[in-house]
Design a protein. Sequence first.
Lengths: 500, 460
Amino acid sequence: MNKTVDADFLALPLAAVSDAAISTAKDAGASHVDVRIEHTRNGFLSLRDARPETQSDESIAGVGVRVIVNGAWGFASSPEISVDVAKKLALTAVAMAKTSKPLSTELVSLVAEPVYANQMWVSEYEIDPFAVSDSERKDRLADLSNRLLKSVGVNHTSAHTMFVKEQKHYADSYGTSTTQQRVRLQTQIEAISIGEHGFESMRTLAQPAGFGWEWMGNKHWDWDAEIAELPTLLAEKVAAPSVEPGRYDVLVHPSNLWLTIHESIGHATELDRAIGYEANYAGTSFATPDKLNTLQYGSKLMNVTGDRSTPHGLSTVGFDDEGVAAQQWDIIKDGLLVGYQLDRRISARVDRDRSNGCAFADSPAHVPIQRMPNVSLQPNPTGPTYDEMVESMEDGIIIKGDKSWSIDMQRYNFQFTGQQFHRVKNGKIVGQLKDVAYQATTTDFWGSMKVVGGPSTYVLGGAFNCGKAQPSQIAAVSHGCPSAIFDKVNILNTVAEAGK
Amino acid sequence: MISAQDLIEKITSAATCDDCIVVVRDKTQANLRWAGSSLTTNGVIQERSVTIIAFVAVAGGMASGGVTLTDITFDDIPALLEEAITAAKAAGPAEDYAPLATNVSIGNWAAEHVPTGPEVFSTFAPALGDMFSRSVADKIELFGYSEHTHETTWVGSKGGLRLRKDSPVGRVEMTGKSHDRSRSTWAGVETRDFKDVSVTDIDVQIRQRLEWQGVKVDLPAGRYDTILPSGSVADLFTYMTWVSTARDAHEGQSVFSKKGGGTRIGEKLSNVSLQFFSDPEFKQLPASNFVATDVSSPFSSVFDNGQSIKRVDWLKDGVLQSLIQTRASAKLTNLDFTPLGENLVMSVDGASGSLADLVKKVDDGLLLTTFWYIRMVDPNSLLLTGLTRDGVYHVKGGEVVGATNNFRWNDSPVSALSRIAHAGATEWTQPREWAGDMSNMALPPLVIKDFNMSTVSPGS
């Protein structure tokens, strides 16, 4: 287990650069200054039919300086990490704040947070993926791909792994100074069948998580078992009947439900978008602040938390990008909307006492904004196992794995597809279906949740690529959830939707 | 910061591998963002990326490997070259191998990057402030974003490539909401330098659309003759472009795969004489005439760096003409090398007139403002799903008669090509969803027959 931030990042003049920016900006009139010095390394490798197609190893480093002058923001960044550049950035940011003041009728202020001096935090991982050789990474993906290619009915494969190491030093004019390092990894492998049916695919259900290369062994995820069963599942899907559209009970597996949570709860409970800050781009939310503590979001079985502390969570940190310590809180309790995601500015805007630590910037070139924490549906402590849930269904569909997703700008109307759709009759799985999509309105869907699985069904899912803000920013986020059964969900036939 | 040219000279002269290409991108940007008619964030951004691509002869062929960093010093060069060489050797012989271009010079190699900055907004920002003031007085809330970016790219190689291109581009996006946010509309403008941006015109458009929403008409889901503004056409056909790689089609993994093998090139896909092409000579949308890529992918190959880009007709007279190729995939598919250019232009022969002129041609249908959250549902048919956003209008007898609800739609751009009822004049336009990804597009507004509005969305 790593316990310290890498020496090469600590060798940078972190304190000297941040001190220079802070003192220069304060001298120039800033009432608040925060500085981020970052180095993020993104690795990517994709194989097509077990042979390398794309390989990249990209490092992004630099300094971002954000200030408040007379209640207006200013920001400047540079890829050069030096004291002289930091001073220039501080002056540019102050000038930008002064220039923008006439257009800033809303005075910016931040809620208070205790000062955390000289803090260090490192995420839980064992093997730095960048310490693994290029050959080892390629060989692992090629081996898994080749096992699929040897199977009858698999014509092609596609495999990729993405791995990130993020290092951040944050300092602000109140005295907080944090240095953090976290690692994450995502691998997906897809088998493709081509024939009279056109082309059909099936992808692994392994989720991205805050692990290192240890994720690619079989200790945390059983790759051997999943790869072994994928060709059979794909062949079943190819031969499966096309779904008859209509309303079905659906058992949504965590490998699919995480994305529904992300889109219909995660984004909907971002307070900055609920009050309009994302109205031009990412959108707004039906869950407006006037509905706090009154909106019945879903059934009484629904308990959703936000946190930045779940082990191996993709949004997990020690401190956010405004120096706020990681926390956990309720977002939905017994089906009722009770909480939001906050940063320091939005907290002040709505007269909250404290931020719950959701500020994040994906690069030194971008300003921190409110980004999603790990938003998770809690299991029923005494809930059923997955097998018990299947046995309880008289007539329905099990949905596993994510594929297509789309939701409107107020987070009402969504449509999702998946990787696997298993037909259940009288408590037994009787085969797969294909061409399935489910479509619903957020509160109707969560209101129809009639069974929540127990702790044994809980899985931490998530995404590397959540987009928000302009300029566009990307964030990684986890969503834990159990399996859950929903009553009479609208199922579409995607071939019929295409008019065929 | 070391100049891009010096970096490239040092790296390529130090490279001991068979060849080495270095791509340096210097980017500067200024941006403003607002909500509730008040500025919320802003930024002055400077970014650099330096990509070193090593080419190494290995058993069975030539390998490539790359490493990209934000900024490097001369002292870093030996280790980075070694990293790139190690990555190449690990990858093994490249499937996308093709002989590297040598001794090609394009552009003003020696010139420095000309940074953009907040001064680009010198006339725009005061006009925006005036629009804020007017909007507050009239109880209209404004939300939006403006950005100006200048990116300079240098591609140099051990084999004598010395290529340079500049891409200045900007945009304004404006969302207007009124009547306690029950009405919402959007306007987008592309620009090179903000000198041609008329905030007054944006204001007029926002106010007209909000006014149109004074009359509300509830409409059910169904298939409608639908007027797509050029920006929505851009969003739809951007997605089609992203699935237009020749190798996927050749291997049976694309909507452009022919049943029984091969591609659908030569098949008539549109009911009208429609042209869809990329052309570096297209005057309104200046684009680079050479390939510059940091990594190999289904869309491009590092081996193709420096190859010339000429006009490519993707559809000619409504017939599928070309799919995106690397030289390696062109060889595999036995088709011409047709690299993806930096602009996309669509036109319909004989079409003229504006969006307003198209409205007059529709007896009973819908007029959209924008699409949103477009995703693939079925790659076999390229069935996409998405939402309408910021204003859907009911058109009767050639006139807008009121605003209606938003819809979730499920339809395919490939299918839509064969259902074009009317088309307007081609115009430089801004996609909504893909505005940050695609900035060099000229397309016409179109009327698509029987567009599939799958369900009503309560979002507004």
